[in-house]
Design a protein around this ligand. Structure first.
Ligand code: AMP
Length: 187
């Protein structure tokens, strides 16, 4: 299995796990959040388009996000596999991803769903805010991002469940424990 999605609420450890798993499987980890943050840092047009949404904890409009992912998945290093982290995040993006992959004659092999308790997530994110100073890691924005996840992103899990490709993995534990659980799901 080398075409993978990792889905989970903010703070569940998606980014950390995506990096580790992609290294183990020798596939690129493609994080839409990281791509946006790099563009904001470099003050690109894409960064300017995305910043206000990210700072408020809202989703960046699909038109912007979809185009970015389509371009990224067409690059050579993604031809033999990828781990998408943070995309798709709503049902319209699921449809767009289906369309992108159909055009590339590919399909998703597995969806890794990281689960965690909400209060645990808020505490972890507040800890990360202190360490990394992300502009969207204030308590108010964190709670809003958790609501956005529940309302917009959680429903997409059902779509993938219906395809029989979802594996649920408990995100509680040490980083290595969680990595092992995820790897055993895709090996
Ligand atoms: P993340 O690093 O995955 O938590 O993403 C940080 C922020 O980037 C999110 O709160 C959104 O504002 C934006 N973002 C990342 N991925 C997407 C996406 N697939 N669709 C829309 N916005 C996104």
């Amino acid at each position: 299995m080398n075409r993978l999605l990792i889905i989970g609420p903010p703070g569940a450890g998606k980014g950390t796990q995506a990096t580790k798993i992609s290294e183990e499987l020798s596939i690129p980890a493609i994080s839409t959040g990281d791509i946006f943050r790099a563009n904001i840092k470099n003050q690109t047009e894409l960064g300017r388009e995305a910043k206000e949404y990210i700072d408020a904890g809202n989703l960046v409009p699909d038109s912007v996000t979809n185009r970015m992912v389509r371009d990224r998945l067409a690059q050579d290093d993604a031809a033999r596999g990828f781990l998408l982290d943070g995309y798709p995040r709503n049902t319209a993006q699921v449809e767009e991803l289906d369309s992108i992959l159909t055009d590339l004659d590919q399909k998703i092999d597995a969806v890794l769903l990281l689960t965690a308790d909400n209060e645990e997530l808020v505490q972890r994110l507040l800890g990360r805010a202190a360490d990394q100073g992300r502009s969207d890691d204030t308590e108010e924005v964190i709670r809003h991002r958790l609501d956005v996840y529940a309302e917009e992103t959680e429903p997409i899990v059902d779509l993938y469940e219906a395809r029989g490709i979802v594996t649920r993995v408990d995100g509680l534990g040490t980083i290595d424990e969680v990595t092992e659980r995820l790897l055993s799901a895709v090996r």
